[in-house]
Design a protein around this ligand. Structure first.
Ligand code: F6P
Length: 367
């Protein structure tokens, strides 16, 4: 840190999966830091990897021109490269090492007084460890399309993913109606059902399957058969990737040991579509929306939230609130300790207002 604890130069990185609004946060950080506080800004490339390997570049006002509506991140990102559990190959063997001292060395080489970490649960947990174990002055910004961070009303990126998923349901409706099919849409969200729930309500789904409410396929068949008996020769099913049948297991694609998020979910859509076809005799098709949910231009809501988070993060740095994360406490941007922000996932309350309303308008959750 600069003499007298003064903040002169800050670092920023984006970690974990990409997400609409990352560039809008970077832009707001740079504009606020340079424009309001006369600081200089360094961007680390590819998440914590850049911090470990000292891959960094200065970010100027020019570097952030035109990036507000752009998806992705100009800094690059990865959900690997945890400095406390860094994968190396020694004597042909894959091993994990704590290289967090290297992070501190590189922070000093870059002459950085504070670091802003823009990330989800995994990246913010690492940020917390760097703060608590290494004394690094860190501030966090909550990112994820999953909207599953407990300490904020909303993460940036969720609104865009929700709109993408809703548009997908609208489009699937036309094929479902024309071909008299059951269309199953599998959406992301990890262990939380926010995308499925909200897109399902917004898109008028008939069945929504979420991790918080284990489902029975018999209840799903009943709903689809009932619709057919009433002359509705199609149905729309939205399945969260983390949804599971009563007494069943989450469907896992594969394990990725070196990732912050070693369990790669996916496949529930296919399982459900096959079972519906077998049980009801109705042709059933599946669409896995996948990374389309993370791409594209952020919605106006996400651009505004990202901008407020980016400026808010610099304000936290300037007021010395290290080890904290900006959060939305509607209608204000506030902050919470990183320790309260990570670890506990924000799940859909299964008896909450949103699920109740969905059930009142006839949506089946398979329970
Ligand atoms: O956390 C965001 C998210 O998109 C999840 O919804 C999903 O399970 C995961 O990331 C997919 O990550 P990857 O980019 O490794 O496929």
């Amino acid at each position: 840190m600069a003499p007298g604890g003064k903040i002169r130069r800050i670092g920023v990185l984006t970690g974990g999966g990409d997400c609409p609004g990352l560039n809008a946060v970077i832009r707001a950080v740079v504009k606020t830091a340079i424009g309001s506080y006369r600081l200089s800004v360094v961007g680390f490339e590819n998440g914590f990897g850049g911090l470990i390997q000292n891959r960094a570049r200065d970010l100027t006002m020019n570097d952030v021109v035109g990036i507000l509506p752009r998806g992705g991140t100009i800094l690059g990102t990865t959900n690997r490269d945890n400095p406390f559990k860094y994968q190396m190959v020694i004597n042909g063997q894959k091993v994990f090492r704590d290289v967090s001292d290297r992070v501190i060395e590189n922070i000093n080489i870059q002459g950085i007084d504070a670091l802003i970490v823009i990330g989800g649960d995994g990246s913010l947990s690492i940020a917390r460890e760097l703060y608590e174990k290494k004394g690094l002055p860190v501030v966090g910004v909550p990112k994820t399309i999953d909207n599953d961070l407990s300490a904020t009303d909303q993460t940036f990126g969720f609104d865009t993913a929700l709109n993408t998923a809703t548009e997908a349901i609208d489009k699937l409706h036309t094929t479902a109606e024309s071909h008299h099919r059951v269309m199953v849409l599998e959406v992301m969200g990890r262990y939380a059902g926010w995308i499925a729930l909200e897109a399902g309500i917004a898109g008028g789904a008939d069945v929504i399957l979420i991790p918080e409410i284990p489902f029975s396929m018999d209840t799903v068949y009943e709903k689809i058969n009932q619709r057919r008996d009433n002359g509705k020769l199609f149905s729309i099913v939205v399945a969260a990737e983390g949804a599971k049948a009563l007494g069943g297991e989450i469907v896992v694609q594969r394990m990725v040991e070196e990732s912050f998020d070693p369990i790669r979910l996916g496949g529930i859509g296919n399982v459900v579509a096959r079972q519906i076809e077998e049980a009801t005799g109705m042709e059933s098709r599946v669409t896995v929306l996948g990374h389309l949910q993370r791409g594209g231009t952020p919605t106006a809501f996400d651009r505004i939230l990202s901008t407020r988070y980016g400026a808010g993060a610099v304000n936290l740095v300037m007021s010395g609130n290290f080890g904290e994360m900006v959060c939305l406490r509607t209608p204000n941007i506030q902050s919470v300790p990183l320790a309260d922000a990570v670890g506990e996932i924000r799940l859909v309350p299964k008896d909450g207002d949103m699920v109740r309303t969905a059930k009142q308008v006839g949506i089946c959750f398979g329970d």
